[in-house]
Design a binder for this molecule. Structure first.
Ligand SMILES: NC(=O)c1ccc[n+]([C@@H]2O[C@H](COP(=O)([O-])OP(=O)(O)OC[C@H]3O[C@@H](n4cnc5c(N)ncnc54)[C@H](O)[C@@H]3O)[C@@H](O)[C@H]2O)c1
Length: 256
């Protein structure tokens, strides 16, 4: 089975690091031309250079997914997008507003979570859909979280924002399937990224063991795991999968 996406243009948001970067690299490895987006221009450019050094094709497009005008301009500039990966996300840091007991939270703290995780996916999907409808083919892939599927104590805003973007995906799947467009979510469990490296570099620590006890497969997710599944969802092999939320979580929870 070949996972060949030669000739496809793929926009990956928040691809300057972590999961998004791994997804961008996986698409480039499958022959696609990748438009690398991130908020941070230097990070965006570094990701493009890294992909090019690996023999892939990529261009940089730094913009803020929460800004509908910037999103529309960037999509107009890069040309028709065949595959959109809504990856840019904001889980919030410990001690940051919106993390902590819900009863003590301020409604204003919710805004950054809703704006990036939900409105970001909405703005980017709106910008690329007309081109997909016109061409009669498209793939929308949104990176969500088990926090949104099963809830995460202390992360009500993030959980709600991710559940919202997953619901957007389902509506877009129903509305646009007749145009040859599929829309799916990848729901991630705990990944091993720069942000969590300190934890996973000591896999025998009490904290790491405690977390991994909840995973049937006792390791954190590798960003490359997400890249491989995202590429598969963009191929013809996955043309009858739509409106789904695929748990990519080492068995932390199951979808029935
Ligand atoms: N890391 C995990 O364990 C985990 C678990 C479940 C879900 N997720 C989801 O996976 C996705 C990627 O997570 P990650 O750990 O790689 O995150 P990360 O914070 O390491 O990287 C996210 C990237 O998105 C960019 N970004 C943030 N806001 C943006 C905006 N408004 N516009 C454009 N770019 C923006 C950041 O600059 C950053 O480079 C997110 O949607 C996250 O919610 C991650």
């Amino acid at each position: 089975m070949e996972l060949d996406l030669t000739g496809r243009r793929v926009l990956v948001t928040g691809a300057g690091q972590g999961v998004g970067l791994a997804i961008a690299e996986a698409f480039a490895g499958a022959g696609a031309t990748v438009v690398v987006n991130d908020l941070d221009p230097a990070r965006t450019q570094a990701a493009v250079e890294r992909i090019a050094a690996g023999g892939g094709r990529a261009t940089a497009s730094a913009f803020d997914v929460t800004d509908p005008v910037a999103v529309a301009d960037a999509v107009a500039a890069c040309g028709p997008v065949d595959v959109l990966v809504n990856n840019a996300g904001n889980a919030g840091a410990e001690g940051f507003g919106g993390r902590g007991p819900f009863a003590e939270s301020d409604p204003q703290d919710w805004e950054p979570f809703i704006r990036v995780n939900l409105y970001g996916a909405m703005h980017c999907s709106r910008a690329v859909l007309p081109g997909m409808i016109e061409s009669g083919w498209g793939r929308l892939i949104t990176i969500v979280s088990d926090a949104g599927r099963i809830g995460d104590p202390g992360s009500a805003a993030y959980s709600a924002a991710k559940a919202g973007s997953a619901g957007l995906t389902r509506a877009l799947a129903r509305e646009n399937g007749r145009f040859g467009i599929t829309a799916n979510n990848l729901s991630l469990g705990t990944m091993r990224t720069d942000a969590t490296e300190a934890l996973w570099s000591e896999p025998d620590s009490d904290r790491a063991r405690q977390i991994l006890r909840n995973y049937a497969i006792r390791r954190p997710g590798d960003p490359g795991d997400a890249g491989a599944v995202a590429v598969f969802l963009a191929t013809e092999h996955a043309s009858w999968i739509t409106g789904q939320t695929l748990p990519l979580n080492g068995g932390y929870s199951f979808a029935l």
